[in-house]
Write a protein that binds this ligand. Sequence first.
Ligand SMILES: Clc1ccc(Cc2nnn[n-]2)cc1
Ligand SMILES: [Zn+2]
Length: 261
Amino acid sequence: GTCCSYRLRDALHPLWQSPLSIPGGTRQSPIDIQWRDSIFDPYLRPLKISYDPDTCLHIWNNGYSFLVEFEDSMDKSIIMGGPLENQYRLKQFHFHWGAINEWGSEHTIDSRVYPAELHLVHWNAVKYESFEEAVMEGNGLAVIGVFLKLGAYHEGLQKLVDALPAVKHKDEIVEFDTFDPSCLLPSCPDYWTYAGSLTTPPLTESVTWIIKKKAIEVDENQLEAFRMLLFTSPGEEEKRMVDNFRPLQPLMNRTVRSSFQ
Ligand SMILES: Clc1ccc(Cc2nnn[n-]2)cc1
Ligand SMILES: [Zn+2]
């Protein structure tokens, strides 16, 4: 059946390290969020998001995903509230996706997999001097996760899709100006939150995850555009950039809180 091929696919996938390779990992990501086990926390505040489209710098293919990076020397694109004690600055956003629509997201909801997942990566500029420093600290990062599902064409995403051919190969970079990533967020304010980690090296346990309950819709052509990117550099044997997600990690001694009842 398909389920065992997923597990087998996870185990064999060359790209990701098994949990065994993270000594003492007690808060690794991604995880399966079991809706019924999540606990409504009435003290969770609404998440406040304020992005300045002029802080957008460029898109680049880093060989794992494509990242849109932001100028983060000032508090111009920030999030606060929700589960966060401080204000966090937007550093970059990127996606994880599958070779086919049957899988691709990192997190799952009651084992439901989505075709892709958006991650907006922010760092705690109140407590730390740089993103690099924050990556190593327990409260250093806050990542908003948004599921993508197959459906209607997404107007806001298309500007990004149109730029992808310019970063087809690893290490290619192209200027990208005036993009407001809040157009990629669902209007519903509901989210889950839990303490986790980065899902690619350095896999540091520095992330407060904020996973939006509602998915955004994108169409087949837009998902296919992600799949035409390459892991490989120009001149190398082409390897399509697909299945760039880490297998699910054990929940261990963690609680997932919800902002909604
Ligand atoms: Cl600095 C950095 C390292 C890895 C990733 C990949 C990732 N980690 N968690 N979600 N995506 C993002 C930023
Ligand atoms: Zn990610």
